[in-house]
Design a protein around this ligand. Structure first.
Ligand SMILES: Nc1ncnc2c1ncn2[C@@H]1O[C@H](COP(=O)(O)OP(=O)(O)OP(=O)(O)O)[C@@H](O)[C@H]1O
Ligand SMILES: [Mg+2]
Length: 277
């Protein structure tokens, strides 16, 4: 707090207010547009109703029209104009949806610098023993200028268990991301069994490395489908086996809502498995 004196607080508040100005003026403009369309649709409806009732009363007074038929026609016209008015009030939402869809499609169409579907033939597919070496690695995320790894060396002998320990943000997850080739290095190399990972087929490289990230993502599908995401061609037995290997079977059993107590106690795992998929 000593360094962050009153003067700085005022400057930060001023800056924050400046940042708020743009979204605020945008909101006000959008509110005016929405208000205009809402007012327009309502006034059009009421005006329309007033005019037709006025004309209807003239026709009835002149003795040329049956009041029931006139009321019926007014009601039909009223319902139709109401539909049109409601449709008009949705115009801003349609514009918004169009804009958002454009953004989503721009992301989908963006060409990846590391497209796993676009692998030239002749890339190495098998990891033999699994020795991993990071050599003079330098890396910064494409969206940031500051380097996460600089002049980074590390050797992990095959089959050895290691743990990376460090403060939050020091780059532990980044090392995993680089090993899986989610990003390309800025310089240096990562070798697996003496071969640079860029010489491996990305898809088979990722298939041979099992990893559980800090923030796991589950898709809105069954447990089986989520497991199958790792290998679409895995058999039911294989799915069951990995669930067991990951110590997830007990958890899966306890989370199947439609299993009653007896079924929870079911010894036959295959039968249980068929229920939760
Ligand atoms: N996708 C990304 N884009 C830009 N910067 C990122 C991205 N992911 C991480 N970073 C930044 O890179 C640095 C290293 O992050 P990383 O996630 O590797 O840290 P970590 O050691 O795993 O931390 P934690 O212990 O909190 O998991 C951090 O400064 C982080 O803000
Ligand atoms: Mg992390």
């Amino acid at each position: 707090m000593i360094g962050f004196g009153q003067k700085n607080v005022e400057a930060v508040i001023l800056k924050f207010q400046q940042y708020l100005d743009e979204p605020s003026s945008k909101r006000v403009r959008n509110a005016h547009i929405n208000g205009f369309f809402f007012g327009y649709s309502n006034s059009a409806r009421m005006l329309f109703l007033g005019i037709v009732f006025y004309i209807g009363s003239f026709i009835i007074r002149s003795g040329n029209g049956d009041s029931q038929n006139i009321y019926l026609s007014i009601w039909i016209l009223f319902s139709t104009s109401m539909g049109a008015g409601i449709a008009m009030s949705n115009v801003p939402s349609v514009q918004k949806a169009k804009h958002s869809a454009g953004n989503i499609f721009a992301i989908i169409d963006e060409k990846s610098t590391l497209d796993v579907r676009d692998q030239p033939d002749g890339k190495l597919k098998e990891i033999a023993s699994g020795e991993i070496v990071f050599e003079n690695v330098e890396f910064h995320y494409p969206t940031r200028k500051s380097a996460v790894l600089q002049n980074f060396h590390m050797k992990i002998p095959a089959t050895q268990k290691i743990a990376l320990v460090g403060h939050s943000g020091c780059g532990k997850s980044t090392i995993t991301n680089l090993l899986l080739r989610f990003y390309n290095l800025n310089s240096g190399s990562i070798l697996i069994d003496g071969t640079n990972i860029v010489d491996y087929d990305v898809r088979s490289l990722r298939r041979q490395i099992g990893y559980v990230m800090q923030e796991p993502i589950l898709f809105n599908a069954s447990i089986k489908e989520n497991i199958l995401y790792g290998d679409l061609h895995a058999s039911d037995e294989q799915v069951l086996k990995v669930a067991e290997m990951a110590n997830a079977l007990t958890f899966i059993e306890s989370n199947v809502e439609d299993l009653d107590k007896d079924q929870r106690r079911a010894k036959n795992k295959q039968e249980l498995y068929q229920r939760f998929t």
